[in-house]
Design a protein around this ligand. Structure first.
Ligand SMILES: [Zn+2]
Length: 91
C-alpha cells in the first residue's frame, strides 16, 4: 500500500516515540525499518530494543502531506496509542 504512515516506538527511544514517513510500499518499508534499515532514527531505535508498531496509515497521501504532518510536530495527537485509543499490545 502506498501512502503516509506513522510508527510508534514501544518503548520510546530517548525523546523520540514516533516516526512519520512516506512509502510507495508501506509493508515493505516497515520490514526495512524493522530490520534496521530505511531511516537513521528507526535504525537506532531498533538497535536500542524498541518495537516499531505501525499505528496509522493515510493511504494515497503523498510527500506534501507527510511534510505537512511533520511540520505540525504533534505526532502524539495523531497516534492512537498515545491518544489512549489503542493498547500498545494490539496487533
Ligand atoms: Zn504513539
Amino acid at each position: 500500500m502506498k501512502g503516509v504512515y506513522l510508527l510508534h516506538f514501544q518503548p520510546g527511544y530517548k525523546h523520540a516515540r514516533h516516526y512519520l514517513g512516506y512509502a510507495d510500499d508501506i509493508e515493505r518499508r516497515l520490514q526495512e525499518h524493522r530490520s534496521g534499515q530505511g531511516a537513521r532514527l528507526t535504525e537506532v531505535a531498533i538497535h536500542a530494543g524498541c518495537e516499531l508498531l505501525l499505528v496509522r496509515i493515510w493511504p494515497d497521501r503523498g510527500r506534501r502531506f507527510e511534510r505537512k504532518l511533520k511540520d505540525r510536530k504533534n505526532a502524539p495527537k495523531l497516534c492512537p496509542i498515545c491518544a489512549g485509543l489503542l493498547e500498545p499490545s494490539a496487533p
